[in-house]
Structure formats: structure tokens, C-alpha cells
Design a protein around this ligand. Structure first.
Ligand code: AP5
Ligand code: MG
Length: 322
């Protein structure tokens, strides 16, 4: 089960990585761009409307794209998850997707943001080639010199019309203006995971996989091992020792001054103070277990009169004298 959105600029590797994850996890890649290109290739009414918009590097209307996504997610192979590639593309589409996923009971696990520098994007897009038969994405920079056909089925590769330099600039600008706000949107929802999108394909895939499978842990289930100091702080018997600790730190800071000698003398007394109330609390807890609340109260009284309290007051008296 994997229900993720791949977010990233044109050329960041969404399609490439979606194909790799799809092969491994058996969930379909649902690419709005591929669905639109398919409609264009088939010459449907919707395809005719979309073609000029796509060739200009602009976004096709939300209604058209949402219709395609809705239909695609309703197919049997998407029942156990999906990898959304290129959708949503703006806040309205994100809200529509949220409503659709609620309706079909398939909430998102994560949104993976592929982070790639602009100069790399330009280079990748200009060199991209695609197999029209199986959809495998290649790049002239990584293909063997002179290769023009698909390694899988031998079909002649083609270049997307919107991968021309003048259109690439427009697409990157549209991404900045309309799609980038989704980064904050999904961050706020706690779904966003940023992945470094540069490096060997295999390395990026490993990062994507790790990010996709890392399940966020609900705050209520987070158990942190306490340090001894934290454990002491939790113990009410030690609570009253706080002033002693403060006194000790005060003494430590004042030790730097010219009166350092006199102040440091009071340190052992502060330490004695911190032990005394602990003994008091222990006694109180013992008697509370044995008998009723009244018995506990009387034990507390007794404890208050105990010499431990005198010891606790000693440092203050000592200071006053000085
Ligand atoms: P769409 O098809 O979604 O294009 P895009 O978002 O612009 O992204 P690309 O497909 O260009 O890049 P990619 O991130 O998939 O990168 P790829 O893996 O191919 O959209 C096209 C158009 O359709 C839009 O402009 C719009 O008009 C319309 N449209 C689509 N969705 C829409 C929506 N939701 N709403 C409205 N309109 C919508 O990789 C790129 C190249 O880099 C390849 O050559 C690849 O081999 C290479 N590469 C990848 N990874 C690496 C790597 N790690 N190292 C070296 N090279 C790499
Ligand atoms: Mg793509």
C-alpha cells in the first residue's frame, strides 16, 4: 500500500521516480501530464482543448484534469494505492484531491518533494526523450552516444513539444507561481517530505523510498527514555530540592567574583539541603500507603518537624550571617 503525491518542478524526476516505485510496489503511476498527452494523441474533444494550453506551458483547467484523475483513480489497479505525478498543481486542485480521496476512503500517506536546482532542471528537460510506446523516460546525456530508440522495445524516441527551450522557461515560471505554494500547504498538514533530487537515479530512488515508507509517529505514542536528571524531577520528593539546586548554581556563578571564596563554602550545605527533603517525601509516601489520608497528613506534620527541615534552612541562615 502506497498513496503518495510526487511534487516538484518540471524535470525534477517525478515521472522517472514514479516508474521505479511503481515497478517495486505494484501501485500505478497516475500522471496528469501522461493522461492529458494520451487524450491529445487520441484526438478526443478534451485532448483538442488541452493541446494548445500544454504547448504554451500553461496549466490546463482544473475541471478537465480533475475529471481525468477521478476516472483513473476509480480503476481497479488503484484500489490499493497510487503514485500521483504532476497532480495536484495548485491549491484548488489540492483541495479537490482531498475531497476525492475522502470520498473513496484513500487518504494520502505522504507528499514527496523532489528538490532540484534550476540549472539542472533546464539541462534535464532539454535532453529528455521518451518512448511513445511504453512511456520510458530517457535523457540524451545518459543514453549511449547516437542512441535514438527505446532500450525495451526498440521504438523511436520522441521529444515532448513543451521541452523546447522557450516553453521550458514558461513552465518553470508557472511552477513557481502556482505549484510552489503547495509546499507550505502540505507542510502544514504534516505530509511533506523533502528529497534531494540530484545524484544517480538509484540514489534518488533510495531516498524516495525511505521518505515514502517513513511513517510519522503520533505524538501520543512518542516515548522518550528519561535521563536520570529528568526522572528525579518527576519525583515529588525531590521537587523541593529545586531551590537548593538554584542556590548551588548561584554560588557557582558568584564564585567568579571577588567574594568567590565565601560563596563556595556554602556549596556542601546546599548539597545537604537537597538530600533532606527527599528523606521527608519517602517517609510521607510510606505512611500514606499504610493508612488513611489523615494518617498521611500527620506523617507529613511529623516530617516537617524533623531535623531534615533544619538542615534545609541552614544555607539561608549562613548567607544572612555573612
Ligand atoms: P507534466 O507531464 O506533469 O510535466 P511537468 O510537471 O512539467 O514535469 P515533467 O514531466 O516535465 O518532469 P518530471 O518531473 O516528470 O521529470 P522526468 O522524470 O521526466 O505536465 C505537462 C503539461 O501538462 C503541463 O505543463 C500542463 O500544461 C499540463 N498539466 C499536467 N498536469 C496538470 C495539472 N495537474 N493541472 C493542469 N495542467 C496540467 O525527468 C526529466 C529528465 O531528467 C528525463 O530526461 C530524465 O531521464 C532525467 N532525470 C530524472 N532524474 C534524473 C537524475 N537523478 N539524474 C539525471 N537525470 C535525471
Ligand atoms: Mg513527468
Amino acid at each position: 500500500m502506497m498513496r503518495i503525491v510526487l511534487l516538484g518542478a518540471p524535470g525534477s524526476g517525478k515521472g522517472t521516480q514514479a516508474q521505479r516505485l511503481m515497478g517495486k510496489y505494484g501501485v500505478p503511476q497516475v500522471s496528469s501530464g501522461d493522461l492529458l498527452r494520451d487524450a491529445v494523441a487520441r484526438g478526443t474533444e478534451l485532448g483538442k482543448q488541452a493541446k494548445s494550453v500544454m504547448d504554451a506551458g500553461q496549466l490546463v483547467s482544473d475541471d478537465i484534469v480533475l475529471g481525468l484523475i477521478r476516472e483513473r483513480l476509480s480503476r481497479a489497479d488503484a484500489a490499493n494505492g497510487f503514485i500521483l505525478d504532476g497532480f495536484p498543481r495548485n491549491i484548488d486542485q489540492a483541495n479537490s484531491l482531498n475531497a476525492l480521496l475522502e470520498e473513496i476512503g484513500q487518504p494520502l500517506d505522504a507528499v514527496l518533494l523532489l528538490d532540484v536546482r534550476n540549472e539542472t532542471l533546464m539541462q534535464r528537460l532539454a535532453g529528455r526523450r521518451i518512448c511513445p510506446k511504453c512511456g520510458t523516460v530517457y535523457n540524451i546525456h545518459s543514453l549511449p552516444a547516437g542512441a535514438t530508440t527505446c532500450e525495451k522495445d526498440g521504438t523511436e524516441l520522441y521529444q515532448r513539444p513543451d521541452d523546447k527551450e522557450e516553453v521550458i522557461g514558461k513552465r518553470l515560471a508557472v511552477y513557481d507561481q502556482q505549484t510552489k505554494p503547495l509546499i507550505e500547504h502540505y507542510s502544514k498538514l504534516g505530509l511533506l517530505r523533502k528529497v534531494a533530487g540530484e545524484g544517480e537515479l538509484e540514489e534518488v530512488s533510495e531516498r524516495m523510498e525511505a521518505a515514502a515508507l517513513a511513517k510519522p509517529v503520533p505524538a501520543s505514542k512518542v516515548k522518550v527514555t528519561k535521563t536520570p536528571a529528568q526522572a528525579k524531577r518527576k519525583n515529588p520528593a525531590v521537587k523541593s530540592a529545586k531551590p537548593a539546586a538554584k542556590g548551588a548554581s548561584k554560588a557557582a556563578s558568584k564564585a567568579k567574583s571577588s567574594k568567590a571564596k565565601t560563596k563556595t563554602k556554602s556549596k556542601p550545605k546546599s548539597a545537604a539541603k537537597s538530600k533532606a527533603p527527599a528523606a521527608k517525601g519517602k517517609a510521607a509516601r510510606k505512611s500514606a500507603k499504610k493508612s488513611s489520608k489523615a494518617a498521611a497528613r500527620s506523617t507529613k506534620k511529623a516530617a516537617r518537624k524533623a531535623p531534615a527541615k533544619k538542615a534545609a534552612r541552614r544555607p539561608t541562615k549562613a548567607r544572612k550571617k555573612k
